[in-house]
Write a protein that binds this ligand. Structure first.
Ligand code: MEV
Length: 425
């Protein structure tokens, strides 16, 4: 019989009842169902409150990158990620950067942008002037929505308005600038944007449509930079290779996407570990990389007069330490404690340093020995596990595959059998 995915009231069921339904649909075994609902450190009751239609939890490894020195403060950096080598690479790069005194960072105040779209306006330029003239009243209304944020020194601080020309005619976009302090800010900004919409409608005599935060957080930037003596990174050739790699990324969006992905490997792993919104960070980073009209590299690496290396990165960093999963996910709370950051700005700056470290590690490997060597052994271990190697054989199976340069499931299975036969004798 053809199965239907049309299920009414699925959300009203308990996780167990939902899983029962999914089990029937997807022919899951009892063992698979047990795995799904054996949620370990994220109790099903908490998961069930975090999102809708919960049937289980999805664990991914949590590692800790070591060696990070940022503005003379030592940090252990929790990273949640499925990709081998990322945590090791970050730790390795952070160690090298220590030779040059560690990372230095800065950041802007934690200002997020809320957008209010008004359409059907007869005279958009005049409407724009009217919105700008009513700034104080609009900010007052916005701030009434969040007295707690205002008491903490945050709140709506300023606004601007712009006329854009679209396929549906001109529109007036009002942008509210909200200091979100230690919150990521989506809730605060969206509430404020919705609250001021009627004022915007009155002023513009138009119709307000969207009222939502922008993930291109150009007013909430984090920067990190570092200096590395050439001896620490493997000599002049490696420095030149890294500088060349940057020039490649700066000039070619196909390379820039991968270059930036390397930096985001580290940033997103920390974002995930701390329960922050990684989609917002990804969207902001890549949009920022294209802000000048052409997608390019988020970081730069240059050679100093003496032939040493210096690098920097700048990107939007809309992160919070309060609200959302940061406060509800038990592991995210521990991850924040491990990281030890006290403000969203400090957090954003450490994240920029992590991105720069991750980018450096990737470029160093690419410019030096190629990325595969470092990846090989971890990859081989993963293949060995997937091929069914018992724990005590994983390292030996991986080692043989790396030596033979045949890191494949079929070979892993053969080796497991061969070793099994010799140990049976
Ligand atoms: C792999 O996850 C990331 C890299 O491709 C980054 C880069 O090429 O710079 C190694």
């Amino acid at each position: 019989m053809k199965k239907s995915s049309l299920v009414s009231g699925f959300y009203k069921l308990s996780p167990k009842e939902r899983l029962h339904l999914v089990k029937e649909f997807a022919n899951l075994s009892d063992e698979e169902c047990d795995l799904l609902q054996n949620t370990g450190s994220l109790p099903l009751s908490i998961a069930n409150r975090m999102i809708e239609n919960v049937v289980g939890a999805f664990p991914i490894p949590l590692g800790v990158a070591v060696n990070f020195l940022v503005n003379d403060v030592d940090y252990l950096v929790p990273m949640a990620i499925e990709e081998p080598s990322v945590v090791a690479a970050a730790s390795y790069a952070a160690k090298i950067v220590r030779d040059g005194g560690g990372f230095r960072t800065s950041s802007t105040p934690p200002i997020m942008i809320g957008q209010i779209q008004a359409v059907g306006i007869k005279d958009p330029e005049t409407a724009r002037q009217r919105v700008l003239e009513a700034k104080e009243a609009i900010l007052k209304k916005a701030n009434e929505q969040d007295p707690v944020l205002v008491a903490a020194g945050g709140g709506a601080k300023d606004l601007d308005a712009k006329v854009i020309h679209t396929t549906e005619g001109p529109m007036l976009i009002t942008e509210l600038y909200v200091d979100c302090r230690d919150a990521m800010g989506a809730n605060a900004v969206n509430t404020m944007a919705e609250a001021i919409a009627p004022i915007i409608e009155d002023l513009t005599e138009g119709r307000v449509c969207l009222r939502i935060i922008s993930n291109l957080a150009t007013k909430r930037l984090a920067r990190a930079w570092c200096f590395i003596p050439k001896e620490s990174i493997g000599g002049q050739e490696v420095v030149d290779g890294i500088v060349n790699a940057t020039a490649f990324a700066a000039a070619d969006p196909y390379r820039a996407a991968t270059h930036n992905k390397g930096a985001m490997n580290g940033i997103i792993a920390v974002i995930l570990a701390t329960g922050n919104d990684h989609r917002a960070i990804e969207a902001g980073a890549h949009a920022y990389a294209a802000l000048k009209g052409r997608y390019t590299s988020l970081s730069t690496w240059e050679k100093t007069e003496k032939g040493d290396l210096k690098g920097s990165i700048e990107l939007p960093m809309a992160v919070g330490l309060i609200g959302g999963a940061v406060r509800t996910h038990p592991i995210a709370k521990i991850a924040v404690k491990i990281l030890g950051v006290k403000t969203a700005n400090e957090f954003a700056e450490v994240l920029a340093a992590v991105g720069l470290a991750q980018n450096l590690a990737a470029l160093r490997a690419l410019a030096h020995e190629g990325i595969q060597r470092g990846h090989m052994s971890l990859h081989a271990r993963n293949i060995a596990v997937a091929a069914g190697a018992p724990e005590k054989l994983v390292d030996s199976v991986a080692e043989i595959m790396v030596k033979e340069r045949k890191i494949r499931m079929d070979r892993a299975k053969e080796i497991i059998n061969e070793i099994g036969r010799t140990t049976d004798k």
